[in-house]
Write a protein that binds this ligand. Structure first.
Ligand SMILES: [Zn+2]
Length: 105
């Protein structure tokens, strides 16, 4: 169990606090909000407002700021998942190669 003070002191993003209404105990250090409930409510919001979110993203990504943020997020994601991306590309390459061979035969 990590208390909020310990989490703050060691710079952790989460800590184990009092159970929320749903009985989750993992909370964000910064704002005390339950991690799982925050995730669930985001998911519900996206599901219920799918069209608005899509429209919003379209508008947002047509701005320079939006594109820059998207690029940054992608670079960030890519640098963390580089190995996975490379492995997936390699696999796709070999799979296509096999397919081509089958075609040739
Ligand atoms: Zn919760």
């Amino acid at each position: 169990m990590t208390t909020r003070q310990e989490a703050l002191a060691s710079g952790l993003r989460y800590y184990n606090g009092k159970p929320c209404k749903q009985g989750h105990t993992l909370r964000y250090t910064k704002n005390h909000i339950c991690v799982q409930c925050a995730k669930d409510s985001t998911k519900t919001y996206f599901k219920e407002h799918r069209e608005q979110v899509k429209e919003y993203m379209k508008t947002y990504l047509s701005t320079e700021e939006g594109r820059e943020n998207q690029r940054r997020a992608y670079r960030n994601w890519y640098s963390k998942n580089r190995d996975k991306v490379c492995a997936a590309q390699r696999e796709r390459y070999y799979r296509n190669k096999e397919k081509d061979n089958v075609k040739v035969v």
